[in-house]
Ligand binder design. Sequence first.
Ligand SMILES: [Zn+2]
Length: 393
Amino acid sequence: MTSGTVDVFAGVEHEVPSMLREALTGLELVDHHVHGTYADDITRNVFEQSINEGSPDPVPAFMSMFDSQLGFAIRRWVAPLLGLAPHASADQYWTRRASMSSQELDSLLLPAARVTGWIVDESIGLDALRSPGDLASASGADSNRLVRLERLAESVAAECADPAEFVDRVRAAVAAESADAAGFKSIAAYRCGLDIDWSRPSDDAVTAAVSAWLRTTPADRLRTVDPVIIAFLVHSAVDRGRPLQLHIGLGDRDLDLDRTNPLHLLPLLRSTAESGSAVMLLHCWPFHREAGYLAQAFDHVHFDIGLAINFVGAQSAQVVRESFEVAPFAKQLYSSDAYGLPELHLLGSVLWRRSMGLALGEWVRRGDWSADDAVRVAQMIGAENARRVYTLR
Ligand SMILES: [Zn+2]
């Protein structure tokens, strides 16, 4: 089966001016935060768990995750590429999907996303997911990788005979990675929350924290949660001048959602404003309005509404509209944060294009925006801003 295309403006043609429709349909995106697809074929249980961001548990027997905005969006937009009618039932969808291998699904769905650059976080699901190179070859796109700071710290710590080595070894590892990685990523939001002391810790304070960490944890179970160590990692990455991605908002219930509000980052953003390093706030829902404010307030702050776009499905135009309040357009980026299912790599693109068309198209029709400006802004957010920030070709 060859890859198909998705008519992303089906049913709303009259709401989106033709010039904007054409530009958004043809736009080649840079997905600046994404993961690989599942290397092996999966069960329906794994599929349904993969379309629930909040819960790590199996889906209870009384319900199906197909009955959600994301489940409906998969049946609406992906089913036709599998040769089914739009809105095919969940059982029909699953039966057809299960008849295909993971490679067939990738080669069918990934090119239809029309992404020419993937920036891949490869630090989780290493055994289950394909590599950035596989993602690129299945879709005919380029790929770049991100380095997750907490994982880097854990592998350095596991090799330290003496905690006093940690600080210099981390700095050396961050310097080495910054030579070819697109940027760094921190999941401080998961590990200690964002409401920590963001001042730059002294080397002695980091060494003391690492001593305590190594003393109390077996080497094969090291997990960075100490806020002193995490602040050190973040400052070390910012010092290298590469973009730093920070998880904000929506995630599974391991994180305390109320401690992931990006306003907790104000001290860090003030102290890094002159660093020359860009801070990328990822996902952000339900704090995308706070993120938009920070993107206006700080030259080095950028944000996206990836992940949420997939999960809110038919409501995605509203989230896109809300992301277009106070944030300058040069500070917004596109991402899917797709993980595992190639449906998510595709849907991020489909729902973003459709929602951008609906939101910007309304302003063009009302005469608030020109069609030329709408197209230009779509190109900025879809690709150009990412190419500038990550210095991609
Ligand atoms: Zn991610």
